[in-house]
Design a protein around this ligand. Structure first.
Ligand code: ATP
Ligand code: MG
Length: 244
């Protein structure tokens, strides 16, 4: 991806798990999808998107707006969409209304195991080299207990490290700003990219920072990025703060 490749010398390291953290509307889904699309079109690397947020048709329609035709890629056997929306927030609300019994820990563990198996299967089908999980934050709503949540995240991230693909996992941060709580997941993954909106004098600027990327040299400056009808553009040679 233009801009991001310059921040991470040579682009994302292969066979690694990278966490993309950002608030609502930061552009996590677009960034992760752009990574998949670039793989398909520029590097002949097939992809899998695991969505916990939205169904396939909605995803196809949203991404078509950027000119990214995932439906065609699916028809060509280059792309696989894993619909995991049953684990989404909306699904949980519905379950609660239906009073379904899915709250036992055993039931939830099985759901993660099932999801991992589904992801492995989807990758095998198209021989995917790039995988996106959007978004881990959805699991937070299912696993309200911090220990359960930790176990689920660890299981999932461990399984993802073992897939032979480069994996981007999106997640949310409770509160934005430069002072923040570190998410436990950040220690488990190989790389962390942070997307945030900074406010100054009534104007807002989007900023991206590669916080860590094990084994490669990275530029950890907070740099501006924009979102437009072509997707995300990262201005890697600029910084958000002028040097004095
Ligand atoms: N064509 C466009 N031009 C400018 N901005 C756009 C365009 N399309 C989308 N955006 C911006 O992109 C953002 C949404 O991006 P995206 O869905 O990737 O965010 P997200 O971080 O995944 O959000 P969520 O937490 O809701 O999943 C919105 O803030 C929207 O304003
Ligand atoms: Mg999103």
């Amino acid at each position: 991806m233009e801009g991001l490749d310059e921040l991470i010398s040579g682009g994302f390291p292969k066979n690694r798990v990278v966490l993309v953290i950002g608030g609502p509307g930061a552009g996590k889904t677009i960034l992760a999808t752009q990574f998949l699309y670039k793989g398909l079109t520029n590097f002949n690397e097939n992809g899998v998107l695991v969505s916990l947020d939205e169904g396939k048709e909605h995803f196809f329609a949203e991404m078509k707006k950027f000119g990214w035709d995932f439906k065609a890629a699916e028809c060509e056997g280059k792309f696989n969409f894993v619909d995991a929306t049953r684990l989404s927030r909306v699904a949980i609300l519905k379950e609660k209304m239906l009073k379904e019994e899915t709250n036992s820990l055993r039931g939830k563990e099985l759901q993660i195991d099932k999801l991992i198996a589904e992801i492995q299967e989807a990758i095998k089908k198209v021989n995917a080299k790039r995988v996106v999980i959007d978004t881990l934050a959805s699991l937070f709503y299912r696993f309200l207990d911090p220990i359960e949540r930790r176990t689920a995240s660890v299981d999932l991230i461990e399984a993802l490290s073992d897939l032979g693909a480069t994996v981007l996992v999106t997640t949310e941060l409770g509160h934005l700003g430069l002072k923040r709580k570190i998410l436990e997941e950040e220690f488990l993954v190989h790389g962390v990219i942070m997307m945030q909106t900074l406010y100054s004098g009534g104007s807002a600027t989007r900023g991206l920072q590669v916080q860590k990327m094990r084994g490669v040299s990275v530029n950890t400056n907070l740099v501006p990025y924009t979102i437009d009808r072509n997707g995300i553009e990262i201005f890697s040679s600029m910084t958000m703060f002028s040097q004095k």
